[in-house]
Design a binder for this molecule. Structure first.
Ligand SMILES: C[S@@+](CC[C@H](N)C(=O)[O-])C[C@H]1O[C@@H](n2cnc3c(N)ncnc32)[C@H](O)[C@@H]1O
Length: 262
């Protein structure tokens, strides 16, 4: 693959004009209809919503009408949470079936169809960027982080919630084999995609934080205190997924774009 840049070489791994990006988008589009029913996606009212609110407030402070971009907004669960926290929310996803569900759920929120690695948004047009469960599946995270830095205002904040869903120990592998929910076809598509993305070996918090730093972000904080969220999810996750979740390397990372002139 000498002479081909990272993005193109990964895209070229998929035959013809059908790229890895197309494959990822189609995978999520096919999952849109049942996404909210799969345990761990929909944020339940009550303790789970409170636990997510606590995480977001701990890193971002109060919403106070600030412009927030929810990247890879899916069915709009994080957008809904952030709207409840007082942000002026814009959602962005590249899957039309996901966007249709988010728009039906949150008629007052603008949802845009675009690639999170190339948003088409104006420079310095957002005060806050958040994203849950996108980073692990990015084809070119360095390009994505540079793009998010461009879109934020000086002093703007970012909060990523993600995890390494690959390199768990024997317990994670065992529980993952036992887990229900996804069809065998979904699981094999998921595995195929995962083997080709940048974080094929798992998106470790330290590696993601290092790339954010390289993109120009400062004041990085890695937060592994997601226990309250996972405990609140127990009733919908069931014991297998709940056990798996506690064995996985899951985290939030917050950071800031430096102030103008800093
Ligand atoms: C695991 S779902 C997460 C949805 C939502 N963030 C949540 O936490 O409920 C992943 C979402 O990311 C979207 N996605 C993945 N890569 C993307 C990209 N490069 N640009 C835009 N959306 C992307 C998919 O379409 C899907 O809706």
């Amino acid at each position: 693959m000498d002479g081909i840049d990272g993005k193109n070489s990964r895209d070229a791994l998929v035959s013809g004009n059908h790229t890895l990006r197309d494959e990822i988008r189609e995978y999520w589009s096919d999952r849109a209809a049942t996404f909210d029913q799969d345990p761990g996606h929909r944020i339940a009212e009550g303790p789970e919503t409170e636990a997510w609110r606590a995480l977001f407030c701990r890193h971002l402070g109060a919403g106070e009408g600030r412009r927030l971009l929810d990247l890879a907004s899916g069915t709009g669960e994080i957008a809904r949470l952030c709207q409840g926290l007082g942000y002026a929310v814009t959602g962005l996803d590249w899957s039309e079936p996901m966007l249709a569900r988010a728009r039906a759920k949150l008629p007052g929120v603008t949802f845009l169809q675009a690639d999170a690695e190339c948003t088409m948004l104006r420079d310095a047009s957002m005060d806050v960027i958040v994203t849950r469960h996108l980073v692990w599946t990015l084809v070119d995270p360095a390009a994505a982080f540079a793009e998010w830095h461009r879109v934020l205002v000086p002093g703007g904040q970012i909060l990523l919630v993600d995890g390494d869903f690959v390199s768990g120990g024997w317990l994670a592998r065992m529980v993952s084999c036992l887990r229900g929910g996804s069809s065998v076809r979904d699981m094999s598509r998921h595995r195929k995609i995962l083997s080709q993305v940048h974080f094929a070996q798992g998106a470790r918090a330290e590696a993601v934080a290092g790339m954010l730093r390289q993109a120009g972000f400062v004041d990085l904080r890695i937060d592994r205190r997601l226990g309250a969220i996972h405990r609140a999810q127990m009733p919908q996750l069931g014991w297998r997924k709940s056990l798996l979740r506690r064995t996985e390397h899951r985290y939030a990372i917050s950071a800031r774009k430096p102030d103008r002139g800093a």
